[in-house]
Every structure is written in C-alpha cells, then in structure tokens.
Design a protein around this ligand. Structure first.
Ligand code: NAG
Ligand code: NAG
Ligand code: NAG
Length: 391
C-alpha cells in the first residue's frame, strides 16, 4: 500500500514535470521581461476588444451571412420544421440521428387518445436488402392506386444508391443505413433501425419486414384489411429441441431467459405499432443477445421470437405471414425462378391445404407474402398480376 502510494506520487511528479516545465528562478532581467510581456498582452487585449465591438455588426452582416445565411434558414425552418405535418410525417427520410437518438425519439408515445389530424392507419413495408430490389416493378403494381395507405422503407448497404424511377414507391425511401453482417446482432440492429424510422410516421400502424426476394401473393386491399384488422402480430415463435433450436441457447442468459423460454422463428416478422415501439425501446433482453448470442446462434432468428414469447405472448399469433419452402432440407429454403411461376403455383402458395387461426377463427388465408424468388421470376410474375395475383 505504502509502496504503491510512493510509486504513484513519483509518477504524478514526473507527469507534472512533463506538463509544467519548471520556471527558472526570478532575476531582475526576467522580471523586466515579464513586465514588458504583460504590457504587450494588455495593450493587444484593449485593441482587440475595441475593434471587435466596433466591427461586430458589420462582421455579422457580411462574413457570417456569406457562409451561414442564418435569417433565411430560421424563417424556412419555423414554417416547415415545427409544423405538425412535418412532425407526424417527416418530409425527408434522411436525418443525422444516431441509433441511440433515433430509438429514443421513435419510442415516444403521445399521451392523448385522439390525434389532432385525420389519422388513416398505414402499413409500413420495410425492405432489408444489400442492394437492388429486383421485384420493385411487381411491388409498384401492387401499391398502385393505394397512396396514403402504405409507406415504404429500404435499408441497404451504407453506400448503395437505389436506382428507381421517380414514379416508383421506392423512390427516395432509403433510410440512413449501416453495415450488416448476416447472422450477427447487426442484423437485429438494422431491423430496429427500420422499425424506428418507420415509427417516426405516426400513421404507420403495421410493420412488415421483407427481403429483396419477397413478393406479395394477394392484392393490396386484401393485405391491408388482413393486417390492419388483425388483433395479433405475426411473428413466428416456436420451441425446437434440436441443435439449431435449443442448441443455440447460452446458459449465461439465465435467469432472465431460461432454456424452456428459448424460441426460434423466421426473421421476417409483422408487428403492430404497440409491439414495434416495445421492440425499439427494449434493451434488457437485447443486451443479453448482443453478449451471448454469438456465432452459430443467429440473433435475428431468436431475439424477437423469444422476447415476445416471454413478455407479450398474448399479442402474437406465433406464425409468419410470409410463405417459404423448407421442404428440400438444408440450411437455405428453396429459391424459385422463372420456370416455377405458374397460376397453379401461386394458388398453392396462397392455400397449400393448411389452415391457421386469424382473430380466433380458422382460415385458409395464412400467407400474404412469399419468398424466395430469383430475379428471373419477375417477367412471368408480371404476366400474372392482372389474371391471378389480382393487382
Ligand atoms: C402465442 O404463444 C403464446 C406463448 O408464447 C401464447 O400465450 C399465445 O396465446 C399464443 N397466441 C395465440 C394466438 O395462440
Ligand atoms: C404449407 O406451407 C407451410 C409453410 O411453409 C408448411 O409448414 C406446410 O407444411 C405446407 N403444407 C403443405 C401441404 O405443403
Ligand atoms: C405471358 O403469358 C402468355 C399467355 O398467358 C404466355 O404466352 C407468355 O409466354 C407469358 N410470358 C412470360 C414472360 O411468361
């Protein structure tokens, strides 16, 4: 203890010596030098002070204005930035908020029951992609004529610039994106980023996560009605006693998350506004996943299914509305190209003989979207929009 203190104080001294070199002992000459330098500094201060106050007005009228036109900016901002319209539905998707700032803002909930504007619930279609969206033309047909009932958000690789015509629903819909490495927590971060950006629009009521290989298998009115009037959100969540299920659980998550509570499910979720806010705001379980759901765990397949199952199970239908074909086995689902696209195949995806529960009733309409499709499927799908797909 004593030695430590001695060592520390020696180090402190050395540090102090480095930062404040010792001054030589005072001599008459050094005193004169000090007085002269004080005088010079004092005079300089007086001159500077006088000139600044004299030129203050002119300086700000000329130089600053040139670089920062303050008055103009202030005027346009008081009209636009603080309008209720821009607050409940930001005009531009681009912003400079960090994730931390964005999640904080997006998780705010108005205390009042009534909205001070006519609120029509919208469905937010959130696309997670590295780059291109080969099925954008198909989605554009799906969206056509339903403006005001949907909004589109696209998360790409940070530098990717989506190239779509101005008339497309995807035009200027990219959100500030970050690097994503598949199978890591950064994928969950990107999902939360999509949710948070979509939450900034107060009219968004349902939030669907989609990939670049997803297509809609029903028309817009059917999808809209199905989602907006559903009492539940659609997040697949199940217990699987295999290496790819319970095998990915990490003991360190106990006691907050026990093995029996561990769930698996498709990443492609659908959430209502209430749960979307909860997911964006949630940090306790998220940080356990961030810490302990490491390689070969895949947080995007476990975090939301497990968290919802423990804390908000009654709000979840526990099934996905996105059809996918795992029947071939292996780590990836089947991917369909041009030769597979027929009217019969679309009917099969819509109703493959299984039934499911919707608002506590049994129904054969279980899937609204489907994956995975190769870009070659676009042309034959466009060929079937008016006859089979209904859009
Ligand atoms: C979904 O699962 C939870 C348990 O995780 C359960 O409480 C809930 O009732 C299920 N939802 C439906 C619609 O069956
Ligand atoms: C229908 O699709 C679901 C989801 O992909 C699958 O679980 C089920 O086995 C399929 N049923 C038939 C008869 O193919
Ligand atoms: C479109 O459909 C017509 C008949 O319905 C067919 O002859 C044609 O080959 C199809 N085109 C594509 C690209 O699938």
């Amino acid at each position: 203890m004593w030695n430590e203190m001695k060592v520390r104080s020696k180090a402190d001294q050395e540090e102090a010596v480095d930062y404040f070199p010792s001054t030589p002992k005072d001599s008459p000459i050094s005193r004169l030098v000090k007085f002269v330098s004080f005088l010079v500094v004092f005079m300089a201060g007086v001159v500077l002070g006088l000139s600044v106050s004299a030129h203050y007005t002119r300086y700000f009228n000329s130089h600053t204005e040139l670089f920062f036109p303050r008055t103009e900016y202030a005027v346009s901002c008081s009209k636009e930035c603080f309008s209720i319209k821009n607050f409940v539905q930001p005009a531009s998707l681009m912003h400079s908020m960090t994730d931390e700032e964005l999640f904080w803002r997006a998780s705010m909930v108005p205390k009042m029951q009534e909205y001070p504007f006519p609120r029509v619930p919208k469905v937010a279609f959130m696309f997670m992609t590295r780059g291109p969206l080969p099925f954008a033309p198909l989605w554009d047909r799906f969206f056509k004529g339903h403006k005001g009932l949907y909004s589109v958000y696209v998360h790409t690789l940070p530098d990717y610039k989506l190239n779509v015509p101005e008339s497309s629903a995807f035009f200027a819909r990219q959100i500030p994106s970050k690097e994503v490495s598949w199978g890591s927590i950064t994928l969950v971060d990107a999902e939360k980023r999509l949710l948070a950006n979509a939450l900034l629009d107060f009219s968004n009521e349902r939030f669907v996560l989609l990939s670049e290989s997803c297509i809609p298998v029903y028309n817009f009115p059917t999808v809209y009605e199905y989602l907006v009037t559903s009492k539940h959100s659609f997040v697949q969540s199940y217990d699987e006693d295999t290496k790819q299920g319970r095998g990915r659980y990490n003991q360190h998550m106990a006691p907050e998350i026990m093995l029996t509570q561990w769930r698996k499910g498709s990443q492609w979720f659908e959430l209502n506004r209430e749960l979307a806010i909860i997911i964006v705001a949630e940090y306790k379980s998220y940080s356990l996943f961030r810490k302990y759901c490491k390689p070969s765990c895949y947080p995007d397949e476990h975090y939301i299914p497990t968290y919802l199952s423990i804390f908000h199970g009654s709000l979840n239908a526990n099934r996905s509305v996105t059809w996918v074909d795992w029947s071939r086995g292996g780590p990836h689902p089947a991917r369909y190209g041009a030769p597979s696209i027929t009217a019969e195949f679309i009917q099969f995806m819509r109703n493959n003989g299984t039934s499911c529960t919707y608002n506590s009733r049994s129904t054969s309409v279980c899937f609204l979207f489907a994956r995975k499709f190769a870009p070659s499927a676009l042309a034959p799908l466009l060929n079937l929009t008016s006859t089979v797909l209904g859009y």
